[in-house]
Ligand binder design. Structure first.
Ligand code: 13P
Ligand code: SF4
Length: 317
């Protein structure tokens, strides 16, 4: 096939989707063109719920590997495709199973709650999974006095520890995007735009969370900008989310929070951005790369994810 431009790929993708009964699920950190061709765009929790409840034969995941794996775990009978298997996650990689196992052994008698941003071998070691949309509620659903281990994100862990006051031992992992935001640059922006609200993801470091007007998951940040009556926001998460904010309220201004190193585009998640329209087309055409998981491992990882899904459903999340 000769080199195509995006428009050709998009019409091919739409044709293939129909012929193959496929759906495209995209995370908010994907590029605008990908968000616009997706059947569903959402945060980690909503994407998991969608993966578990659609009638497609093929789910193409425009996101990172742990998200596609979660989709496969929730829908093992479906073919789950990820256009680039290198789309990993620095946060997931900051928690190796061998080390995490040791951490659990060193802190016995604790319920192991892990963020969905993990590799599958960490999910196997977990009692219950959460996302940034339900982390506080999942912790609060556990009996008072229950001792907890939380991993891998230390910022989200400390955020929920402060919110819930529970006894939580937090693993020391971080995401390379969210730990890069510069407090100094954010405060400088705030001086230039005193009317702006600072809204950030809980994966951001404490000094950034302290100056924030609102802290929440990607979908919570989006909802906040929809309901709030300010007109300017300094957005402390991967800037892909701004596309949906702009679509919902085009007249408002959304300023991406600057990273510490102003010469790099390091507030973008380079893993998320590995997915392109061309790769989506090829992946759907060839039905590969496909997420394949050993059945025993899949079943072990499914238990803590299902606990999260059940609690979320009960709480209407
Ligand atoms: P959300 O669940 O808030 O979409 O976050 C996913 C993520 O990877 C944040 O870096
Ligand atoms: Fe992982 Fe961070 Fe990228 Fe989210 S932004 S997928 S936590 S590397």
């Amino acid at each position: 096939m000769t080199k195509k431009d995006n428009t050709d790929y998009i019409s091919e993708i739409n044709r293939l989707k129909k012929n193959k009964n496929a759906v495209i699920l995209a995370h908010y950190y994907q590029t605008e063109d990908i968000q616009d061709i997706a059947d569903f765009v959402g945060d980690s929790l909503a994407l998991s719920q969608k993966a578990a409840s659609n009638n497609a034969d093929i789910v193409l995941f425009a996101g990172v590997k742990f998200m596609a794996e979660t989709a496969k775990i929730l829908s093992p009978e479906k073919k789950v495709l990820l256009p680039d298997m290198n789309a990993g996650c620095s946060l997931a990689d900051s928690c190796k199973a061998e080390d995490f196992k040791k951490f659990i052994e060193e802190n016995p008698g604790r319920t192991v709650v892990t963020y969905v941003n993990t590799n599958i071998d960490i999910k196997v070691l977990s009692d219950i999974i959460c996302t940034s949309s339900n982390a506080v509620e999942i912790i609060e659903s556990l009996p008072a006095g229950e001792k907890i281990i939380f991993g891998p994100d230390r910022n989200l862990g400390n955020y929920i520890l402060n919110k819930t006051g529970r006894d939580i031992k937090v693993w020391n992992g971080t995401c390379h995007v969210h730990e890069e935001f510069s407090l100094e640059a954010i405060l400088k922006l705030k001086k230039e735009h005193p009317e702006a609200k600072i809204i950030v993801h809980p994966e951001c470091e404490l000094p950034i969370r302290i100056v924030a007007d609102f802290i929440g998951s990607t979908s919570a940040l989006l909802q906040f900008t929809k309901k709030d009556d300010s007109v300017t926001y300094i957005v402390g998460t991967e800037p892909g989310i701004i596309h949906q904010m702009r679509k919902a309220n085009p007249l408002k201004e959304y300023i991406p929070a600057p990273p510490k190193d102003s010469t790099c585009g390091c507030s973008e998640c380079n893993f998320m951005k590995l997915i392109t329209i061309e790769k989506i087309f090829k992946c759907l055409r060839d039905e590969k790369p496909e997420i394949l998981i050993d059945t025993e491992i899949l079943n072990k990882a499914r238990r803590p994810i299902m606990r999260m899904m059940e609690i979320s459903e009960k709480l209407g999340l």
